[in-house]
Design a protein around this ligand. Sequence first.
Ligand SMILES: C[S@@+](CC[C@H](N)C(=O)[O-])C[C@H]1O[C@@H](n2cnc3c(N)ncnc32)[C@H](O)[C@@H]1O
Length: 373
Amino acid sequence: MASILAAEAQLAPVEWRESASTADSRLHQLAPYIGKLKPIIARQLLREFTAHNEIVLDCFSGSGTVPLEAVILGRRVLAFDTNPYAVTLTKAKLEPPPTLDLANEQLVLRLAASEKRPRYAEESIPDWVRKFFHPETLQQTLRFADECLEHDDPFLLACLLSILHHQRPGFLSYPSSHLVPYLRDRKFPRVEYPEMYAERALQPRLEAKLRRAYKDSFLIEPDRVMKVDQVGVADLKLECEVDAIVTSPPYMNALDYVRDNRLRMWFLDRSTADYSPEPTEKQADSDAITAAFARNALKYLRSGGHCVLVIGEKVSRKRVTTHPAERMFAKLVTEFPALQLKHVIEDEIPDVRRSRRSGAATKRELILVLQKA
Ligand SMILES: C[S@@+](CC[C@H](N)C(=O)[O-])C[C@H]1O[C@@H](n2cnc3c(N)ncnc32)[C@H](O)[C@@H]1O
């Protein structure tokens, strides 16, 4: 780590290292998402750098950890992300049906309507998608997804996507991994495990998912949510000032939010047949995102407001030289000289949040607390 940040860095509180806290809302576990922030980190940063009723912006909202903690703490939120899966999850966590009974009623309606929808021609579904499912399960799942998409039902859509792939019986796919989709047909060959390749009925699995989601009660006040939308930071436009920005920008070079969510992405938006190819110009992307953030997000921050950035370390097979926070910080102050560095917090990321089979992943994150003069 280079000089300015290294000199300022303080170690994160030990409780950030613990795997999960009983104080975490169960909604955080609604569905998996790579590079997710720990709720306790979001909670403590929001408590320290924002006040009740203040407006908090998260323009890289991912699975919605910061927005959910913000509304629980009585802040108002604006949340944006480019990824449709991220936006679906954020909306689902912020606007769930208030009770299990209501969620079940909605489920029954959507299932009945989805059964009336026309069946898909098998050849219209890409091969790589068909490899993951029994044909009948795939028909049910697709038509249910369409019903939720047509009626703008992010909560049931998120529930569906959360059980889309895994090897456990409560999931819809053939045996595969959970976070990033890989078939596990070599570990579980069809001849030895025929039950894992049988049709998997949708309704009982969604009902079980809802029971798990509503194990604890939760109360989200709807007027706390100002806007959640699929907008990239380059196109961000707000109609008001914000009191704080609390966000974690994309971990360039370590995680790929599109490729790693490819199966869920395809169910949400089928205009791209295959989401597997990895984008190339990551460093350039990263700089462009930082510049757009300075231009389009920081300008809405009120004077004296805090900007809290959780920045993942760039990890590659080669030696890591500087932390990306260094580059990002330098770029931000060039574009926005009125920004003052107040604190730097250094946090180690436990192995459990590593995502790739190859083992390449984010290792250490720095939290920069900046203030607009
Ligand atoms: C580190 S993740 C955020 C994780 C989030 N804090 C959570 O707890 O789930 C970064 C997010 O930035 C999003 N992203 C990438 N490029 C973006 C852009 N240009 N504009 C807005 N969001 C972008 C990714 O889709 C990803 O969800």
